[in-house]
Design a protein around this ligand. Structure first.
Ligand code: FAD
Ligand code: NAP
Length: 519
């Protein structure tokens, strides 16, 4: 019998054959419009969709336009991930990890002439990061030109369901008509209505190109961006305080969130729990005075910072699109588009990426959905995007990778009696010599209790969490069970092998601490 993975592979190969046929059929298609497809938004989802559509023979144009942030930061083609998201963030995270590695290196025998003088040079770092970003902008432009995708650097607005007007920087307008239109406009940081926030605070749009070192920083928000930014700032040597409104990483497994919080506290990040800003004032000395309210004790506190960074979520960029002209409906509360199978309420208009209601705001999600949509639009494909069991990683100082259900959600869905949790602390071999703390290196697998114990969720806090979880996410797609996991031979000595060594259940009450490195 074919395995689930083999079947998936065969289905994919079959789909490619259908695509080739469709390309030939599509080449004969004579359109009354300028383009077969216009994509509004040249970020992760829009570009993936446009490139796949062109591969399938469609005539495509992409509009991309970046309005400056409230602090005036602008950037080039490629969207959030490349310019002000995943890529610069990962580079700064790496810079912070290298700082720790320099410390470790001395324990491993590296002689550093004067360790006390080691410090990060913010302007050298931002320059290196921005040079990389600009090189990606350039490659993206060249790629569009080579693929004969028309790139229009204008703000897209609908005139009707088949016409988009691009408003250029100089105010001139260009009209493009298309059979199909994809909205892939993503989002931008949200600033709550707090006095001084919009005037004085920055966001992730600004931090990666900030021309002066951020100094002592107050980060508002304890989601992905808040934790990641506070984490790398502290790692680079800046004082960092996080104002947490409710809990850290709401929606994630809270046992794992606690490990990350503890590790960040140990690294010296200051957390102010149950606190929301009341006001931000600029003092005569240039410092920012932040006043916040502790909603539990109903008390006020203040401190002075050099920088305040808002990381309180992102809003969808649908306001500028003049959607009523095309009849596209949005969710009134947040302006996002609720599109079943990426198709809006107007049949020839689609949406992918962060602009979608209730979908993970992640680059690979936008890319995969964009590609599959192009194949359905121009390649006779029927394959829909599967938004379940999408793996993700928070690049906090100690990384957290996960896929599938959190323990709370598994209990909610199946009931506490139906699930089993396998858990363990572990000791990364490379932590021994520098005597790094291992107290937050922890992982767990959530399974159904009944044999063969289908895996519902995998959670890992530790080094290289993203690299580790990626492979296990593929295994989950193939219906991973605890039985399979226990029969998988590990690679020693790695931290990923810990998933193959899990044998202590939470329900047993046994100590999940390991006896030795090789037990
Ligand atoms: P975007 O990439 O935002 O692209 C939309 C583009 O459309 C933008 O260029 C925008 O300016 C343009 N646009 C908007 N309106 C118009 C208009 N009317 N006309 C023309 N152009 C328009 N995801 C991960 O998977 N991993 C990570 O590590 C990660 N880290 C992140 C870190 C940060 C700080 C942030 C902010 C995000 C991060 N993300 C990460 C999320 C990821 O960046 C987004 O999920 C992804 O970029 C969404 O792609 P998109 O195509 O929907 O939108
Ligand atoms: P987020 O994860 O939704 O977190 C927002 C945080 O801000 C939460 O802690 C929230 O608290 C808090 N908050 C919201 N409104 C507030 C207010 N008015 N006052 C004070 N605090 C407030 O959003 P994000 O961190 O901005 O990230 C946006 C998206 O980008 C994420 O959903 C993620 O998909 C994507 N992203 C991914 C990665 C990655 O893959 N590594 C990295 C960065 C970003 P409550 O919990 O109380 O609401």
């Amino acid at each position: 019998m074919l395995s689930a993975c083999a079947l998936l592979g065969a289905a994919a190969r079959g789909a490619m054959g259908a695509h080739a046929q469709a390309i030939r059929a599509f080449a004969n298609f004579a359109s009354q419009y300028d383009y077969d497809l216009v994509v509004i938004g040249g970020g992760s989802g829009g570009l993936a969709c446009a490139k796949e559509a062109v591969n399938l023979g469609a005539k495509v144009a992409v509009l991309d336009f970046v309005s400056p942030s409230p602090r005036g930061t602008r950037w080039g083609l490629g969207g959030t991930c490349v310019n002000v998201g995943c890529i610069p963030k990962k580079l700064m995270h790496q810079a912070a990890l290298l700082g720790e590695a320099i410390n470790d290196a001395q324990a491993y025998g590296w002689k550093i002439a004067s360790p006390e003088t080691i410090q990060n040079d913010w302007s050298a770092l931002t320059e290196a990061v921005q040079n990389h970003v600009k090189s990606v902008n350039w490659v993206t432009r060249v790629d569009l030109r080579d693929k004969k995708i028309e790139y229009v650097n204008g703000l897209g607005q609908f005139k009707d369901a088949n016409t988009v007007i691009a408003v250029m920087k100089n105010g001139s307008k260009k009209e493009l008509t298309a059979d199909k239109i994809v909205i892939a406009v993503g989002g931008r940081p949200h600033y709550p209505n707090v006095p001084g926030a919009l005037e004085y605070a920055i966001s992730s749009d600004d931090i990666f190109s900030l021309d002066t070192p951020p100094g002592k920083t107050c980060v508002v928000g304890a989601g992905y961006i808040g934790l990641e930014c506070a984490g790398f700032l502290k790692g680079l040597g800046f004082d960092a305080t996080i104002l947490v409104r409710s809990v850290v990483l709401r929606g994630f497994d809270q046992e794992m969130a606690e490990k990350i919080t503890n590790e960040m506290l140990d690294h010296g990040v200051n957390f102010q729990f149950k606190c929301i800003p009341k006001s931000i004032e600029k003092k005569a000395n240039g410092k920012l005075l932040v006043t916040w309210i502790n909603t539990e004790s109903d008390t006020e506190q203040q401190d002075e910072f050099d920088t305040v960074l808002y990381a309180t979520g992102r809003y969808a960029l649908t306001k500028d699109l003049n959607l009523p002209a095309a009849g596209v409906e949005v969710v009134p509360e947040n302006g996002k588009i609720d599109a079943i199978n990426e198709q809006t309420n107007v049949s020839n208009i689609y949406a992918v990426g962060d602009v979608l209601q209730g979908r993970p705001e992640l680059t690979p999600v936008a890319i995969h959905a964009g590609r599959l949509l192009a194949r359905r639009m121009f390649g006779n494909s029927k394959q829909q995007m599967d938004y379940d069991n999408v793996a993700t990683t928070v690049f906090s100082p100690i990384e957290y990778g996960c896929v599938g259900l959190s323990e709370d959600k598994a209990i909610q869905k199946y009931g506490a009696d139906a699930i089993e949790v396998y858990h363990s602390y572990y000791k990364p071999t490379e932590y021994f010599i520098p005597q790094r703390s291992i107290k937050n290196c922890f992982l767990k697998t959530i399974t159904l209790k009944e044999a063969p114990q289908k895996v519902l969720g995998l959670h890992f806090v530790g080094p290289h969490a993203g690299e580790i979880i990626q492979g296990f996410a593929a295994a989950m797609k193939c219906n991973l069970t605890m039985e399979i996991l226990m029969n998988t031979v590990g690679i020693h000595p790695t931290v990923a092998e810990e998933f193959t060594r899990l044998n202590i259940t939470k329900s047993s009450g046994k100590d999940p601490n390991p006896a030795s490195c090789c037990s």
